[in-house]
Design a protein around this ligand. Structure first.
Ligand code: IMP
Ligand code: ZN
Length: 363
């Protein structure tokens, strides 16, 4: 795990040295520029009409690097493009190893990666080989001594069928046992405008009963009160985004009450929400609403590659926008340990590490 150095350091450096927990990171959204270059090089031999749209990728990078907001639809176009490039197990292995290493280099000590198992008949990749490749890459990172604990969450894409969701949950149950607890849960994500997640409730309840934990994207866009309430009341174990839960943005007191009654932590991704234009400015981010209430908040990246961010940058952004002290950032990162899906032994290991690091950061 990353070790804090002594002495006075800048706020940026402090955020990097701060030991951190990342609980909301989509594998294919987390691909760095460097890894993208390697992935594109693997496609260079293809005829022109089968080449990935590098121009679209470049345009996106230019816009996001300049700190501009785009739209949620444009974000989903990017994922489509990335999936065309990450289309075999070799690419999945490369991406997983690079992403895990990059999070570790950013001072992340515990990472929950999530990804949608995909099959690509043209390359022979199946959902099972996809999952096994990710698990093997995580193991290789550990064998190579990369100092980070990683767990894996299987994602259901809400654009896909009920049968596909059922299959993902079955795979999660299966690999939870086979992976010795590396697979810890199920995510629900994908374009929030598509489908109604209420149809998935019995499946998600079944998954939870089987011991899987739920990290569901909820209220990412406005006007989803009934769906959001049903997902909150499963209850989900964590909320992805929760941007439109509270009444000030068109949510409701009922949604806030459900979130508070079940004490469900929120995974908050500031840059992602700004670029996707679901929040108009950083200071209007719902972090403030929930943080001021003392409700469990976990700062996360969502898609560090697509949104050109890091977890350190997200902590720094919260610090600058909401005028948080170093001690408050420390408390945020330390409290995040309470909300991980790994077992109590891992929580104890992490808490010990935080205790060791604290004095080095002069807190
Ligand atoms: P993958 O599951 O590893 O392929 O990561 C990319 C996928 O994550 C996308 O295709 C979406 O389904 C999902 N995803 C990433 N970011 C978001 C988000 O902000 N909202 C909803 N879904 C997302
Ligand atoms: Zn997400």
């Amino acid at each position: 795990m990353a070790t804090a150095s002594e002495g006075h350091v800048s706020e940026e450096k402090f955020c990097k040295l701060l030991p951190k927990v990342e609980l909301h990171a989509h594998l294919n959204g987390s691909i760095s520029k460097e890894t993208m270059t390697k992935l594109l090089a693997r496609k260079a031999h293809l005829p022109q009409d089968q080449q990935p749209d590098t121009q679209a990728l470049q345009q996106w990078t230019d816009i996001v690097e300049n700190g501009k907001a785009v739209s949620l639809d444009a974000c989903f176009q990017m994922f489509k493009l990335i999936h065309q490039i990450v289309d075999d197990t070799e690419a999945v292995a490369m991406v997983t190893k690079d992403v895990v290493r990059e999070f570790a280099e950013d001072g992340v000590c515990y990472l929950e990666l999530r990804s949608t198992p995909r099959d690509v008949p043209q390359t022979g990749m199946t959902k099972r080989s996809y999952i096994e490749t990710v698990l093997k890459a995580i193991q290789q990172c550990q064998d190579e001594g990369i100092d980070i604990i990683v767990r894996f969450i299987l994602a259901i894409d809400r654009r896909n069928s009920l049968e596909a969701a059922e299959e993902t949950i079955q795979l999660a149950e299966d690999y939870r046992a086979k992976s010795g607890g590396v697979v810890v849960g199920v995510d629900l994500s994908g374009d929030p405008k598509v489908g109604d997640a209420r149809q998935l409730i019995p499946l998600l309840q079944k998954a939870r009963t089987a011991g899987l934990r739920l990290a569901l994207h909820i209220a990412e866009i406005p006007d989803q009160e009934a769906e959001s309430l049903a997902l909150l009341n499963i209850p989900t174990d964590r909320i992805g985004h929760g941007t439109f839960l509270h009444p000030e943005v068109g949510g409701s007191q009922g949604l806030v009450a459900a979130t508070e009654n079940h004490s469900i932590p929120l995974e908050l991704c500031q840059t992602s929400n700004f670029v996707g234009k679901t929040v108009a400015s950083f200071d209007e981010h719902h972090f403030k609403y929930w943080f001021d209430k003392g409700h469990p908040c976990v700062i996360c990246t969502d898609d560090k590659g697509v949104f050109h961010t890091t977890l350190s940058k997200e902590y720094h952004l919260a610090m600058m926008t909401f005028d948080l002290s170093r001690k408050q950032l420390w408390q945020l990162s330390e409290r995040s340990i309470d909300f991980i899906f790994a077992d109590d032994d891992v929580k104890q290991t992490l808490r010990k590490h935080w205790t060791n690091e604290r004095s080095k950061l002069q807190l």
